[in-house]
Design a binder for this molecule. Structure first.
Ligand SMILES: C[S@@+](CC[C@H](N)C(=O)[O-])C[C@H]1O[C@@H](n2cnc3c(N)ncnc32)[C@H](O)[C@@H]1O
Length: 201
């Protein structure tokens, strides 16, 4: 995982976590979709330095895991959370190579799956998604929309509508809610995102 890991470690080393294009103070749409999925265990895939986990702790979710390829990114979150960081399971892994050892009720991913632009990498992600969930689990996944940018953090992305995302995940991930969001970046630009809530059957 070295090339991509170096990319992300470098990004989080040279930029503050509030200066990256994907920064959100409050990840409102993710939180709303996670609440719709119901209470339970949650894994944030590619959670990086996101404040999602802070908000989930504040809402008394007590089985939280954050996975990211970059230990620098996770270090930022641990530092911000202080002693609260001990309530969270942290996993440093490349999602394409990771083999989950348990299942979660909610799988959350904002802006990670879209970096996987070849079929083999997408298949590896979906294999991890299947291994890390069970029938009845939910997945909240957001990517750049069809009208969104072609790159993120200098890397090419695959853009999706909720329908094309659903088609890629497969028939046992049933699309329940689709939402569009125009994300304001810290630089005054905007990025169109697709958000989707799936239930695994
Ligand atoms: C655009 S950022 C989004 C971060 C976070 N989800 C958020 O919304 O603030 C993408 C994140 O995915 C992580 N990432 C990229 N490729 C990954 C991979 N193959 N496996 C695990 N994490 C990855 C990066 O380190 C980074 O933290």
């Amino acid at each position: 995982m070295t090339d991509r890991r170096e990319h992300w470690d470098h990004t989080y080393t040279v930029k503050s976590d509030t200066a990256v294009s994907w920064y959100q103070d409050v990840p409102e749409r993710s939180l709303a979709l996670i609440r719709k999925a119901g209470k339970g265990s949650i894994i944030d895939i590619g959670g990086g330095a996101s404040r999602l986990v802070d908000r989930l702790l504040a809402e008394n979710y007590d089985d939280l895991t954050v996975l990211d390829i970059s230990d620098v990114a996770l270090g930022r979150s641990k530092e911000r959370l202080g002693t609260e960081a001990g309530k969270i399971a942290w996993i440093i892994a490349d999602i394409k190579q990771w083999k989950p050892e348990r299942q979660w009720d909610v799988w959350h991913d904002r802006a990670v799956f879209h970096f996987l632009t070849d079929t083999a990498a997408q298949d590896a992600y979906i294999a991890a998604l299947r291994a890390g969930t069970r029938p009845g689990s939910h997945a909240v996944i957001s990517t750049f929309a069809l009208s969104g940018p072609e790159k993120c953090s200098g890397l090419p992305v695959q853009r999706y509508s909720a329908e094309t995302l659903a088609a890629r995940l497969g028939q046992d991930f049933v699309l329940q809610i689709r939402e569009a969001e125009t994300h304001p970046t810290p630089f005054g630009t905007t990025q169109d995102f697709t958000y989707a809530l799936f239930r695994r059957i």
